[in-house]
Design a protein around this ligand. Sequence first.
Ligand code: B12
Ligand code: SF4
Ligand code: SF4
Length: 392
Amino acid sequence: MGNKKFLEDKIINYAKELGFDLVKILPAQSLDENLQKSFYDWIYFEYAGDMEYMKKEPEKRADLLKKFPDAKSIIVLGMNYFMEEKASPTCPNDLFGRKDSFWRGKRESSFAKATADKKEKEKAEGKVARYAWGRDYHKVIELKLKKLKEFILRNVDSGETQNDIFKMYVDYGPILERAYAVKAGFGFIGRNTCLITKEFGSWVFLAELITNLEIQEKGERKEDEKDHFGCGNCVQCLQVCPTGALETPYKLNAKKCISYLTIENKGSIPEKSRPLIGDWLYGCDLCQEVCPYNARAKATKEPDFKKQILGDTQILKDVLSIRTDQEFRQKFAGSPVIRIKRKGLLRNACVVAGNLKDRSLLPVLEECLKKDPEPLIREHAKWGIRKINNEK
Ligand code: B12
Ligand code: SF4
Ligand code: SF4
């Protein structure tokens, strides 16, 4: 008994040394049926769009013990990735109960101002979601998970590890990460569907290490998840979302979300959605920027997240001038943007250019239209040119 508690504490301390801000070891368990059902509904209503991996074996994604019947423990981990910025507004933290859409007005006027400013500066920029400013979190966290696994192996009795299973996930695993983070007591699910923590707001990445080792002591445990703080009367995220992707509180239709349209979507962006993307070049943070729980976020300690590879904005002219995949890979090595390839990023840049109506970008868009070998880029460049020239 005592040994297990000792091991549990050792693992938690080591995970914190590795840079995880939130750590909890839970007995491996299924989620409540209502949460499993809400995932099935999400799939049924086709909110997943073309994310085929989300639809694969849904019963295993909804129930950890169906996927890993031998699992005994799940180590749930979270990492703060907040950084100071220049592009996004800072939120006041007194918004609970306000009925007026303070943030919608603020966002629209800041977009209009950005449009005007960028015309003047001739350096139109596209915005990048905060999670992608620095080094790819998948890579950063995977390395830490491997170290954590090695540490556990060094610290358990050899007999117990003979048939060891270790599954390590960050984002891509067949597991409902936010739901386990709630179980772990990290925070609550907001109306924007994000996991919101008291200490870091929603600017946290999640990861898990699943194992067949019994790490904790058996017996009564404190029910951490019953720490009731929540959204109160606030609806700022629902009001600010420019695409209406948050169709109802706590339900996000990914097909409408800018994050999906600019990252997960591999093909053409539907024409009706393009104007709604505004100046978001990669991902979107609006429903988090307005959240009062994010008003007092603390800066991350992780040096890899502080490295500005993509940064908070990119100059559109520079992006639209990248003509080869090699140049793209060199410029953005280590960034998560590599996943959407040159054609994805230039596609998005054409849409933002059109939305900003910046005439100084016409030559580079014409160049894309005439010379780019990629039909996806040519099609979006044509749209951007039409928008700037106010043509139908
Ligand atoms: C698919 C996906 C997306 C899709 C769909 C997002 C969505 N809301 O479903 C798209 C591409 C749109 C997306 C966008 C983003 N994503 Co994403 N995404 C995922 C992924 C791979 C699966 C999410 C999923 O299963 N969706 C299906 C729905 C039904 O599940 P869910 O939202 O997780 O909801 C469950 C819990 O909320 C649970 N629940 C538990 N307790 C409670 C209590 C109550 C009261 C309620 C109502 C629900 C509830 O119920 C649901 C299960 O049925 C996860 C990684 C993972 N494997 O989990 C990352 C993940 C959710 N994404 C992440 C991030 C960072 C983002 C973005 C911020 C990136 C960006 N800036 O562009 C945005 C945020 C947009 C938003 N408002 O959600 C983080 C979120 C961290 C956090 N603090 O919440 C995750 C966990 C990745 C990671 N490892 O860190 N993402
Ligand atoms: S990330 Fe942007 S588009 Fe997606 S739900 Fe939030 S505000 Fe809406
Ligand atoms: S902005 Fe934050 S606190 Fe307000 S409803 Fe949305 S998630 Fe909840």
